[in-house]
Structure formats: C-alpha cells, structure tokens
Design a protein around this ligand. Sequence first.
Ligand code: NAD
Ligand code: UDP
Ligand code: UDP
Length: 323
Amino acid sequence: MGTKREFGPQRILVTGGAGFIGSHLCARLLAEGQEVLCVDNFYTGSRENLAPILNHPRFEFLRHDVTHPLFVEVDQIYNLACPASPIHYQFDPVQTTKTSVHGAINMLGLAKRLKAPIFQASTSEVYGDPEVHPQPEDYWGHVNPVGYRSCYDEGKRCAETLFFDYYRQHKVEIKVARIFNTYGPNMHPNDGRVVSNFIMQALLGRPITIYGEGQQTRSFCFVDDLVEGFVRLMNSPSEVTGPINLGNPGEFTIRELADMIIELTGSKSTIEHLPLPPDDPKQRRPDITRARNTLGWEPKIALREGLTRSIPYFERVLRGQKR
Ligand code: NAD
Ligand code: UDP
Ligand code: UDP
C-alpha cells in the first residue's frame, strides 16, 4: 500500500515528466529531497530534458503510456502527461483525447488504490474563446466541441469531470490546476508555440510570424513560478481541490511580445503576418484571486525577466548543445 510516509522523502510520481514543465517539476522535487518516479512515453518529451537529473540517486524513469494501467507504489501523483502545443496535440487528435481521458481514469484509479493525492495539469483552454475577461474559475467557458482544438480542450474538460467525480464518489484527494500559457527553458524549440517560435525566429534572423493582426492577447507565466504554484497546491489542506487558476496576470498582445523579443535578442528580424488559425482565442488572462487567497501564491517573474532567462536556452539549442 502507498500509505504516506511519516519520515524521509515522499515517493512522487510525475507523468509527462520528460516534457517542458514536467522536467522542471522533477528537478524541483529532487532538490527538495523527494524521490521521483517519472513516467513518460516520449511523445513530445525527451531524454535531453532529463539529462541533468537522469543519474540522480533519487530519480527513476519509466517509459510508459498513461492510456494503459499503471501499477506502482507512490505517495503523491502529478498528472502532466499530454501534448500541450497545438501542432503536437492536433497531429494525432484521437490519441490526445485518449491521453487526457484514459490517462485520467488510470491515474485516478491508481490514486484511489493508494489513497494518494493527485494533481491534474488542466488548462485555461477549458475556458475556450472566453466571453468573460479575465477568467475566474467559476466561468464555465465557451468551447467548440467539434473543432481542431476540441481534442485538447474537451479532453481536459472531461478529465476535470473525472477528477471531481472520483473526489465526490470515491473520496480521492484531488488538486486541479488550470494552467495559463507558460514558457521557459526546455520548451520544445519547434512546438509552434508563440514564445518558442518568436525566439527561434529572432535568433535565426527569420521573419517573426504573427498570426492575424497580433492584437489577440495572452498572459505568460515563467515556468519556475508555475512549478512553485504546483507544489503549493499539492501540499495544501485536503479540502483545497481547485479548480484553481495558475498563471501570470500580466497581459500582452502578440505584437507586444514580438517587439519585446526582437529588442531582447537584438535581432534584425522583420514582422510577417500570417492567417489566424481557427478558433484562436482573442484574449486570455487569469484571475488569480483564488490562488493568492488559498495558496499565498502569485508569480514573481515579469515577462521581460523570464524571456531574458529563456533566450540563452534557445541559443544553446541552436548551437546543438542543449544544456
Ligand atoms: P510537453 O508536451 O512538453 O509535455 C508533455 C509530456 O507528456 C511529454 O513529455 C510527453 O512525451 C508526455 N506524454 C504525452 N502523452 C503521453 C502518454 N500518453 N503517456 C505518457 N506520457 C505522455 O507539454 P508541457 O508544456 O510540459 O505541458 C505539461 C502539462 O501541462 C500538459 O498536461 C499540458 O496540457 C499542461 N499545460 C501546459 C501549458 C503550457 O503553457 N505549457 C498550459 C496549460 C496546460
Ligand atoms: N488502475 C491503475 N493502477 C492502479 C489501480 C487502477 O492503472 O493501481 C486503473 C485500472 O486498470 C482501471 C482504472 O485505473 O482501468 C480505474 O480504476 P478504478 O478502480 O476506478 O475502476 P475499475 O477498476 O473498477 O474499473
Ligand atoms: N501565434 C502567432 N505566431 C506564432 C505562433 C502563435 O501569432 O508563430 C499566436 C497564436 O495565434 C495565438 C498566440 O500566439 O494567438 C498564442 O499561441 P500558442 O500556440 O503559443 O498558445 P495558445 O493559442 O494555445 O494560447
């Protein structure tokens, strides 16, 4: 049985631990003195993201797809497995829905058997293209159920439903975080997300591709701030279930982001306007009142500083030496 240890390190499972956010979470938990079991099928994650911790004595890696049952013994579960960037999650949309839904069922079954708390990496995409701005947790969202983003958005919404039903029906201790756009080192350099695209384009001196007029807004959270929010939520009192928004409330237009990246990289790149993808949300900004009040959490790293910390990683990627 996975009864919680009173002394010594906790055994912590991180699914999707070889991905961008997961690799930072694994490193953070090891630095705290915990034991980490990282489960990943390398769909978008990589061994390179884990290189600094792969030989750590308290780290263990298991190659496994969460759509299949998993029988292990742990004290806490962070469920992050799921491709997050539109080009990756739309490449095999059926697998994306399976990962969110079957993955949630299996990890919740595991949490139920072990009586272990389980954290879910949900997303601001559950709000869809929001009609309420900024988005509080009690907003139900404006989501297209049959579009190109639906495999991700509706998969994550169904996962939230499962989490709350396991909580009500089986008394599983759940922690549901709704994550807003996050960036930082270890982002996949070719994942098509706006921060990685713009930094790579700026460093290569290629045109910066703004979709539409660039007046759509996003709020960007640096990964270290986000991971701090994860750990606080996981270790909060059992009655704190979420959903709880985690993100940086600073809101920028995509054009402002492009200008800042050109300035910080000293790039000569020009701006190129391309068509807006379907269902692209026009605005997004978290209302983080709940996170402030229940976790005492708020982001500390402003966009300019976070970009400055991220650019050297992309420079190393281009030199072919990731770390
Ligand atoms: P990522 O693609 O870098 O990481 C996802 C990881 O999950 C990868 O290592 C991938 O190989 C793994 N994975 C995918 N399918 C799997 C499966 N079936 N079985 C096992 N492993 C599988 O993405 P990320 O940005 O690190 O996102 C992590 C989590 O946070 C995801 O659940 C994502 O939906 C959520 N999230 C991220 C953001 C963001 O801005 N990055 C925003 C909202 C939510
Ligand atoms: N499961 C798992 N690991 C465990 C316990 C369960 O992967 O340690 C899976 C199990 O295979 C099942 C799912 O989680 O498919 C849901 O489990 P639950 O006990 O809720 O449902 P049941 O087994 O009754 O269908
Ligand atoms: N975007 C852009 N150029 C790019 C990549 C993205 O203008 O090269 C825009 C995209 O249309 C969206 C915003 O930037 O409005 C954020 O896109 P991303 O894919 O990073 O995240 P999401 O749309 O899931 O928030």
